[in-house]
Design a protein. Structure first.
Length: 137
C-alpha cells in the first residue's frame, strides 16, 4: 500500500462508521414494510372478493326503478321511435342535440354480435304482386 492510500481508507472508514447509525435500522424497517405490504395485499384481496360477490347478486330494486343499462336501452328505443316518427324535433330543437340523441340511440341499439355475411351475392329482387280487388277474391 502506498502512503497516499492510507489516509483515503481512513477517511472512508470514518464515513462508513458515521453513516452506520442510519444503515443499522434498515432491516427492521424493511421487515415492517413487508408486513404492511402483506396486510394491505390481504385486505385488497378481501375487498375484491366482496366487490365481485356484490356484482353477481342482483340487488332488489324499489318499484319503478331500473338499472342504468335498462334505462339507457329504454331511452335509446324512445329516441329511435321519435326519429322514425319524425318527432325528434319535439325533444330538442337544435340539430346538434338531435344528432347527439340519434348517435346515442344507435350506439346503444346496435347488435352486440357481428352480422354474418350472406352467402349469396345480389339476390334477385322479389316482385310483389299487388292484389286487384276486382279480380282477386
Amino acid at each position: 500500500m502506498t502512503t497516499n492510500a492510507t489516509p483515503e481508507i481512513d477517511t472512508m472508514l470514518t464515513e462508513i462508521r458515521s453513516a452506520w447509525s442510519e444503515v443499522k435500522p434498515l432491516p427492521s424497517a424493511m421487515k415492517a414494510l413487508q408486513d404492511d405490504h402483506d396486510r394491505l395485499e390481504s385486505t385488497l384481496t378481501d375487498l375484491r372478493r366482496a366487490s365481485a360477490s356484490r356484482l353477481t347478486r342482483h340487488a332488489p330494486r324499489l318499484p319503478g326503478r331500473v338499472s342504468d343499462d335498462c334505462a339507457r336501452a329504454i331511452a335509446a328505443q324512445f329516441i329511435a321511435h321519435c326519429e322514425r316518427s319524425h318527432k325528434l324535433e319535439a325533444l330538442c330543437s337544435l340539430s346538434s342535440q338531435r344528432e347527439a340523441l340519434t348517435s346515442f340511440a344507435r350506439e346503444h341499439l346496435k347488435p352486440h354480435h357481428p352480422r354474418r355475411p350472406h352467402h349469396h351475392r345480389n339476390p334477385a329482387p322479389r316482385r310483389i304482386r299487388r292484389r286487384d280487388p276486382r279480380t282477386d277474391l
